[in-house]
Design a protein around this ligand. Sequence first.
Ligand code: GLA
Length: 376
Amino acid sequence: MTTFRTLFSADPEGTWAAPGRVNLIGEHTDYNDGFVLPVALPHTTRVQARRRDDSLLRLHSTRGGDEITTLDLDKLEPGTTTGWTAYPAAVVWALRDAGHAVAGADLLIDSDVPEGAGLSSSAALQCAVATAYNDLYHLGLDGMQLALLAQRAENAYVGVPCGIMDQTASLCCRAGHALLLDTRDLTSRQVPLDLEGAGLRLLVIDTRVKHDLADGAYAKLRAGCERAAELLGLAALRDLTADALPAALDRLPAELRPLVRHVVTEDDRVRQATALLDAGDLAGIGAVLTAGHASLRDDYAVSCPETDLAADTAVAAGALGARMTGGGFGGSVIALVHQDDADRVTAAVTAAFAAAGHALPRSFAATPADGARRIA
Ligand code: GLA
């Protein structure tokens, strides 16, 4: 078992944890200035950390082999660090680039957030490191400031043009709540989500189809949305209302229409889901989730046969609603179910995957958890 002391010959100053997330609804809306409604998972990435007084960042992951990666913070160049170490490096780079006088650290990283499953394992890693640095170096930054730094780290250093949802979810979510975030003005509100009290369960079905945002497809979608907004003379697609959608679509080239239709209707679905949750009608959001999946499948074209099969089978087996969550191209599906139906729905999805010859999915129930925090 790797311990901090055997690795780094000293004791850690503390341990920080940051969760992965699922998004209830509001997919691919964040980079269009729209609304999102994520929930933090109980699964976290944990960082044991100790400051150094030189410029070295020494990193070890319990998921890797024995090696310690040593990076010199004075020599970090955006785009040059590969693999998982790019994420911690990016965070420290972004802190220093923003003028924070931080030096090196020894970081021992452990995680139970499934990787490549669309559950924001990379944001969890970034946010755990950002939270550790915030405390170790007494930076006094709040969750939103850290989320912006982590997003900049991913955009400018790792090179993925992601929005702000994953980092905000990992830093700002609260147990028992979903987080309604306006990604334009960055105001947010905790929306109560007492699944247990409503007799419901939120199943997460990891299809095990690897999801990777770094492959360019995400960047292409984002560019398409920005082009559409420009053609419509809008600052962002957020500024197009559902009423004005049909006329706007007529003014766009055919290939951009489905993208715009998804973003505008999806933003509307976040409003619908939030209103239902505010009214205490948790089961009512099921239909909104299922409509969201159809839009991601038919208009945004980011689902895949496995996510479609999981969502369709879950609904056919009695789920109140189901949809892929996260960026797409594989990853996970969420299904809202009555507690008594959870096992049946899970078994039906597993059987459907077996019959289709797919690798079997992994499922678990998501209990809305707390965002990043110091745990020791
Ligand atoms: C990824 C990105 C987020 C968001 C989602 C899609 O998770 O990191 O910013 O755009 O995809 O909703």
